[in-house]
Design a protein around this ligand. Sequence first.
Ligand code: SF4
Length: 450
Amino acid sequence: MSEGILEVRKKSIMVKNTGCSGDGTGIDCEKASVSGAVSQRACVYCGARVVLNPITDAFHIIHGPIGCSSYTWDIRGSLSSGSEIYRNSFSTDLREKDIIFGGAKKLTAAIDEVVDKYSAKLIFVYATCIVGVIGDDVEAVCREAENKYKIRVIPVKAEGFSGTKKQGYKLACDAVMKLIRPYKITDKKGQHGLNILGDFNLAGEMWLIKNYFKKIGIEVVSTFTGDSSHENLLKAPQAALNVVQCAGSSMYLANQMEKEFAIPFMKVSFFGIEDTSASLMQVAHLLGDEQVIAKAEAFTKKESARLRKFMAQYKPKLAGKKAAIYVGGGFKAISLIRQFNEMGIETVVVGTQTGRKDEYEIIQNIVNDDTVILDDANPAELEYFMKIKHADILVGGVKERPLAYKLGIAFCDHNHERKHALGGYEGVENFTKEINLSINSPVWEYMTAI
Ligand code: SF4
């Protein structure tokens, strides 16, 4: 490995089946970032906000300086079939005087204003870093507001410094549980259909997936949190199954719902032909009768055949190219590696911000020897490995885009800001077209890496 890589980071970087494959206990992951290593991860508050933000009629009050609010304003490309209120940020805009004398009164005033002006029924109140330092009693303010207005005002104590982005996911799941817990049903016979967890309706992807379930005859009860509403979330305890797409953000919620509502869960992925078809078939076998299974078989076979024909046109243009992947969670990285395999592209570098040990084991199993695997990488590491592995394209998020362009290599945005669907069967077409356009663009011939 390069001399430039910090000694403490070396356990979080593996090269498959080489002398750098670690000490046999697997990659070092699921830990706090190394101070000073310039992690690409977002803060705890951001983790909570990205999970809760797509609830379309919820109000998000950020109790902190205005910077925390603007940092996550309309953060996802999540679409709504109803209210658009979630696309706003409300903030107490804490200033120096508030830091000295306390901001609780300002928070009460902010809640009063939101209820008064918008008749809000569901408010999430996020406490950010400085509130953790000055110690405003956010829970008491929220409790008081709930009693006063008879609505839900849920505190999310998400001080950015209090852990990793993953801690923020857990706080968001706890907030959802607080909301839906009173709606637990005692009669198991009343449970039916499924909830989709960990899909945020980016560019309408939730609608695509819901449509597949409709086609095969399975009811979707509630969605977390893409295109969901307060009313719709409260129906979630009625479902017979939870399917979990983004395990990193929603596995904790699935576990809690299993424990408290006796709803079993299964992990799914709707990225790529293989994963989408396998997920639909698994759900059909679990929830459906013979008719549902037959419908699912016919649908997945038809879509797979159509897409394999579509992809055959692109394979000659893509075969032999090399990809680097740096995404939020392990489940997405796994699906992307499989999608690249289907295109004839080899993944030479793969990393995630919050991948779990079991996900890294799967990654290690499905990549070729010599592939570099990183957890919680920084820009210097990504740059070094992309260069020495001669990657032709980087798939990542908004923070990785300038890095790819600086190196003169192609880039594909697979993060939550994107405005085009990359999930489901339609997503396979979009993704393949985008990879081809980007990787084979003539512009790269005129670029030299800085
Ligand atoms: S919560 Fe803290 S780390 Fe996160 S945006 Fe606000 S100040 Fe920054």
